[in-house]
Ligand binder design. Structure first.
Ligand code: UT7
Length: 338
């Protein structure tokens, strides 16, 4: 039986918070560490600098907590009123132990249940659908979704093909039942298991547990076949976004902003070229943060929150390890108040 969509409670983003470490790693710093140069990095990725959490205690959970506290403080949210805490990450503080429960406890979300979402660079996007489903169910009123990654903890700073790309950071959003019919509209997600060969940490999982050779071979670091990942990313982000545009009877002119995963400026440009959306609608902050994996989408929301108006049509898209990908359509719920 078809469900009457007018009975479903729409989930709206009602608050945003963020945190990035103070320490800046510039392209010129990287020139001193590997055989690379500022011109190559800027022209091939669009990145000028990234933030790195150098203090060991400044873990993924630390950044997630800071982003959540920023959200709660700015919007006068009592953490005890939060029902669910979701942390999208591929760099949890510990293996086995989920990061989200610790974050929930530390921020004082004493009544929430909490768990992690692992979908690499698509983690926040998948989390949006998860958060919206909890609100749609009418069982939960406040879902805190955090995207946080300390990529510097899994990057090999002698590998010039990966260390130039990644950075650390965290962003948080609150989903609540919409009171004005703006909010999360729908999403399309996809995946292809072939991707695990092209982007992974080879050792340390159940297939290849850490052994005495893992560290000398650097197999505990993240590796990727960049060109393959690049092609898959452009193809699937653009195809899925166009499917979503058609599904919602949108057109490029009707979209107000594109919030795309910040992996490489050339990937963003090629993807949005296929969508025929005007360049000024495509938001970027990759030049200052690099690829922060699950944090790129909420960091864009935090950076551009003051530009959004109630009713603006936002198209999200992301691509990541697995491979995982997707696109989501959301109408913005509020005008910015300082
Ligand atoms: O978020 C999802 C995860 N990751 C991604 O989405 C990343 C997707 N991939 C990429 O962004 C790009 O593939 C990279 C930025 C990683 C690399 O760009 P590319 O256009 O695919 O370059 P390439 O790997 O094909 O390398 C081109 C040349 C090579 O030299 P030769 O063989 O042409 O002489 C590389 O050795 O550039 C060289 N190179 C570098 N040169 C200076 C590779 N890395 C560097 C570097 N500095 N850091």
């Amino acid at each position: 039986m078809k469900r009457d969509s007018s009975l479903v409670t729409k989930a709206a983003i009602t608050a945003v918070g963020s945190y990035v470490p103070e320490e800046v790693l510039t392209n010129h710093d990287l020139e001193q560490m590997v055989d690379t140069n500022d011109e190559w990095i800027r022209s091939l990725t669009g990145i000028s600098e990234r933030r790195i959490a150098k203090t060991p205690e400044h873990s993924t959970a630390f950044m997630a907590i800071k982003a959540a506290q920023d959200l709660c403080q700015k919007n006068n949210i009592n953490p005890a009123s939060i029902d669910v805490v979701l942390v999208a990450t591929i760099t949890p503080d510990y293996q086995v132990s989920s990061t989200a429960p610790y974050v929930a406890t530390e921020i004082g979300a004493t009544h929430a249940f909490a768990f992690d979402i692992s979908a690499a660079c698509s983690g926040f996007l998948y989390g949006m659908s998860t958060a919206a489903s909890f609100i749609n169910s009418n069982q939960y009123k406040r879902v805190l979704l955090i995207g946080a990654d300390k990529m510097s903890s899994i990057v090999d700073y002698t590998d010039r093909t990966t260390c130039i790309i990644f950075g650390d950071g965290a962003g948080a959003v609150l989903f609540e039942p919409s009171t004005n019919d703006y909010g999360f509209e729908n999403a399309i997600h996809g995946n292809d298991g072939v991707g695990r060969d092209y982007l992974n940490i080879h050792d340390g999982g159940s297939l290849h547990p850490i052994n005495e050779h893992s560290f000398s071979a650097g197999k505990h670091y993240v590796r990727q076949e960049g060109r393959t990942v690049f092609k898959y990313a452009v193809k699937h982000m653009s195809e899925t976004s166009n499917q979503l545009i058609a599904k919602n009877k949108l057109s490029p002119e009707k979209i107000d902003y594109v919030i795309a995963h910040q992996a490489n400026k050339r990937i963003i440009d090629a993807t949005t070229h296929h969508l025929a959306v005007a360049k000024e609608k495509v938001l970027t902050n990759i030049h200052k943060y690099g690829n922060t994996t699950a944090a790129t989408l909420p960091l864009l929301l935090a950076d551009f929150e003051s530009s959004f108006k109630k009713g603006d049509k936002l198209l999200f898209t992301a691509f990541g390890g697995g491979f995982t990908w997707g696109a989501a359509y959301l109408t913005w719920n509020y005008d910015y108040k300082n």
